[in-house]
Design a protein around this ligand. Structure first.
Ligand SMILES: NC(=O)c1ccc[n+]([C@@H]2O[C@H](COP(=O)([O-])OP(=O)(O)OC[C@H]3O[C@@H](n4cnc5c(N)ncnc54)[C@H](OP(=O)(O)O)[C@@H]3O)[C@@H](O)[C@H]2O)c1
Ligand SMILES: [Zn+2]
Ligand SMILES: [Zn+2]
Length: 375
């Protein structure tokens, strides 16, 4: 059974060993085996729904035998971090340490971690940090569909911290050629939009569209362009058009303009939506070619209305998916290295995480914010 983390708020500044040692003594009076040293972890946490993030310290407990401990170097900020901090999905547990686009180095491994994952290896960690490895989905390689998978920032602490843990399988080694400072957003934003391209067999000859060109969307654009597709960007911000073309868009269409959407009726084999707001969904379904698919990864809370006949007569589909498996994540980072695909990033020191969150909330991020750990 998962051991509940004990937590303790730390003072405004952690001055070194004094406070940490005091916390260790009070939280863990029992002697520990030397292979699993007791540690506390410094982090940035929201103490309540919508609260600004504050310095926080928690006792890490024992490293599980199949876990790795990662020293966080960088962590991207995904829109899902905002949704969790605001408890928009009703599953937030406070104090909440968000952050699930981690890049860092492995600093400890449990005894069941394969020898190939060595101390010092640079890895990435995303939304999932563990899956059962025993259910049919895990055994089929669909670990991201495991119904008991652990989520990095749900009921446990994520990457806005100096260290974070995961099952070894969810710590993806970074290939040579990827800039570690920029790679973090690949491990949630990137894999979430790469996976459906693989799952649904998108072809290089396909005409495809991406709705919403933020953290996820600007990566989808690059993937689909390098995949060989003809790519349309559906954006609500015409001022982004030139940049979107430079990232791989062949055409840019206003995502909120029904008249413009009517002009592309029947065109697309695949449309990927990354928005979390209601749009004129009927126009997007009508924009699909026969056998076309509208796939949402954007966590829009309002229902998407679908008239059955707009699906039936042209054999169209509507679907959704969460991230991707560890194997598909490895394929994605290799694809990025081969095609020089990288997130377009803005950097903030982690100590300025509240400014960074505000920047994202205001819709100003171009296109993904990455925090650099500075504990
Ligand atoms: N399925 C999964 O497993 C998974 C994984 C990660 C994230 N997500 C979800 O995916 C969504 C996107 O995440 P993100 O990090 O990419 O967010 P983001 O960086 O904030 O980008 C979202 C984009 O949506 C568009 N948008 C926002 N408000 C809009 C409005 N009122 N009207 C029209 N377009 C609007 C904007 O694109 P334009 O400026 O181009 O219009 C914006 O850049 C979130 O809901 C997140 O929770 C899901
Ligand atoms: Zn995410
Ligand atoms: Zn499973």
């Amino acid at each position: 059974m998962r051991r509940r983390l004990e937590m303790k708020k730390f003072g405004p500044v952690i001055g070194g060993g004094g406070l940490v040692t005091a916390a260790l003594t009070s939280l863990h009076p029992q002697p520990r085996p030397p292979s699993f040293p007791v540690m506390t972890t410094r982090a940035w946490a929201a103490l309540k729904k919508g609260g600004s993030l504050e310095p926080y310290e928690f006792a890490s407990g024992d490293l599980k035998s199949d876990q790795v401990e990662i020293a966080v170097e960088y962590c991207g900020i995904c829109h899902s971090d905002l949704s969790m901090l605001e408890n928009a999905w009703g599953n937030a547990v406070y104090p909440l340490v968000a952050g699930h686009e981690v890049v860092g180095r492995v600093i400890a491994t449990g005894p069941e971690v394969p020898a190939s994952l060595k101390i010092g290896a640079r890895v990435g960690l995303g939304w999932f940090s563990e899956s059962c490895m025993a259910c049919a989905l895990c055994l089929h390689g669909d670990h991201n569909l495991c119904q008991t998978a652990e989520q990095t920032i749900v009921s446990r602490h994520g990457g806005f911290a100096e260290r974070v843990r995961s099952h070894w399988a969810w710590a993806t080694p970074l290939p040579e050629g990827l800039d570690p400072a920029k790679a973090g957003p690949l491990f949630c934003g990137g894999i979430t939009v790469f996976n459906p391209i693989v799952q649904f067999g998108v072809k290089p000859t396909d005409r495809v569209g991406v709705i919403g060109l933020g953290g996820l969307g600007h990566l989808a654009l690059q993937f689909l362009d390098k995949w060989g597709c003809e790519v349309t960007a559906f954006s609500s911000r015409p001022d982004k058009s030139d940049e979107l073309r430079s990232l791989g868009a062949d055409t840019v269409v206003n995502s909120r303009d029904s008249a413009e959407l009517a002009k592309v009726a029947g065109k697309f084999d695949f449309i990927l939506s990354t928005v979390n707001v209601p749009l004129d969904w009927n126009s997007y379904i009508n924009a699909l070619a026969p056998r076309g698919r509208l796939h949402t990864v954007g966590a829009v809370l309002e229902p998407i209305p679908v008239p059955a006949f707009s699906l039936i007569m042209a054999q169209r589909s509507l679907s959704g998916s969460p991230l991707g498996s560890p194997a598909t994540t490895r394929d994605m980072v290799e694809f990025c290295a081969r095609h020089t695909i990288a997130p377009v990033t803005e950097f903030f020191p982690m100590s300025k995480v509240n400014d960074a969150l505000e920047h994202l909330r205001a819709g100003k991020a171009r296109y993904r914010i990455v925090l650099k750990a500075d504990f």
